[in-house]
Design a protein around this ligand. Structure first.
Ligand code: PLP
Length: 400
């Protein structure tokens, strides 16, 4: 008999981590591979943040802290929500975890009973459905078509809600499509949610600061204050401040839920790293000029990648509002044959072909719940991106 729990059979390992690992292995074996799978900025954490961490070590901030965040960090987060989102979350309404990932996981663990449904617009970030499954719930994907810019439509949301629906998970700007909701689009969704008082909203605002062309970010509780009491607003420092390895994420929400999440964390991991918390205080309270500078860089890359991909026979790529991903359609290459005579019958086949023939690692759309597409992360150097897109074009041209 296996030692492994049946729960494990319900989930799969993260496919984006799998692609990144495979690309790294091929590189280590001497292959010329450009990895476009990773979801993290390619530049370094700002110096003022690093210095704050070093100072924290020297000041002896190396012990356990309060389970779900130091008072200083909760205060900084409370001020951030007020300053940037016009949201009032007192420190008692704030929880801090080891990355946004743990915060989302805590929330699902604290709220889902067997059979509770969680609505997840697709394409979605790979971890949402598996986290829901681990917590005993049922993920319910709502397909969001390319025609609608991969955005959830109010009518589709309304139709997907049942008596068992507990949460809607919204992610804007989105991983993997980069799609972000305007105020009016968000309002149309919150209007639907107002009609269903048993449904809570988990909003993942991780890419808030990565929006382009003067796009104005908004978050559900800001757009519809009536939903404040049933919204968990999740965010973190990973993407905005190039701090993925520091592992700090946070959320604001109703006290009862926040306390329940802390209870889960108290019996699993306890506090996130004390040093990372000190660094996050500096990231949130210190100079913010790093953010628009990065956004400018990412915008330039997005424009280049979209243009180059649209020049590849068989591919079609929308220009998204934010994040650092594009989600091109590869419908036009499905059914074609590779020079070796293999037929491309899925987006999985296409990304395998890209990796094997031209050494470009991307992630198949199937992993994100909408095919035939693939995800490219442009959080990599402009030169590498240019080379990768040129290689993708060559690979597409070689198909017959
Ligand atoms: N939410 C989304 C949409 C993400 O893309 C990611 C990371 O890739 C996370 C949450 C997790 O962020 P963190 O690194 O803070 O755990």
């Amino acid at each position: 008999m296996s030692i492994l729990a049946s729960r494990l059979g319900r989930i799969k390992p993260s496919p984006t981590i799998a692609v990144t690992t495979k690309a790294a292995e091929l590189k280590a074996a001497g292959r010329d591979v450009i990895g476009l799978g990773a979801g993290e900025p390619d530049f370094d954490t700002p110096d003022n943040v690093k210095e704050a961490a070093i100072a924290a070590i020297h000041a002896g901030q190396t012990k356990y802290t309060a389970v779900d965040g130091t008072p200083a960090l909760k205060q900084a987060i409370s001020e951030k929500f007020k300053r940037e989102n016009k949201l009032d979350y007192a420190p008692s309404q704030i929880t801090v975890g080891t990355g946004g990932k743990q915060v989302l996981y805590n929330a699902l663990m604290a709220t889902l009973d067997e059979g509770d449904e969680v609505l997840i617009p697709a394409p979605y970030w790979v971890s949402y459905p598996d986290m829901v499954l681990l917590a005993g719930g049922e993920p319910v994907a709502i397909a969001c078509s390319e025609t609608n810019g991969f955005k959830l439509q109010p009518k589709d949301l309304d139709e997907a809600i049942t008596a068992k629906t507990k949460w809607l998970i919204l992610n804007s700007p989105s991983n993997p499509t980069g799609a972000a909701y305007t105020w009016d689009e968000m309002k149309a969704l919150t209007d639907v949610l107002k009609k269903h008082p048993h449904v809570w909203i988990m909003t993942d605002d991780m890419y808030e600061h990565l929006v382009y062309d003067n796009f104005v970010f908004c978050t559900p509780a800001q757009v519809e204050p009536e939903l404040y009491e049933r919204t968990l607003t999740v965010n973190g420092v990973s993407k905005a401040y190039a701090m993925t390895g520091w592992r700090i994420g946070y959320a604001g929400g109703p006290v009862e839920l926040i306390k329940a999440m802390a209870k889960i964390q108290s019996q699993s991991t306890s506090n996130p790293s004390s040093i990372s918390q000190a660094a996050a205080v500096e990231a949130l309270n210190g100079p913010q000029d790093f953010i628009p500078e990065n956004a400018k860089l990412f915008k330039g890359r997005r424009d280049m990648v979209v243009e180059m991909l649209n020049d590849c026979p068989g591919l079609k790529c929308l220009k998204p509002e934010g994040a650092f991903y594009v989600y091109p359609s590869c419908e036009g290459v499905i059914g074609k044959k590779t020079p070796e005579g293999k037929t491309i019958s899925s987006d999985g086949d296409f990304v395998t072909y890209l990796l094997e023939s031209v050494g470009v690692a991307a992630v198949q759309g199937e992993a994100f719940g909408l095919s035939p597409y693939f995800r490219i992360s442009y959080a990599t150097s402009t030169e590498a991106l240019k080379e990768a897109c040129a290689r993708i074009k060559k690979a597409c041209e070689a198909l017959a």
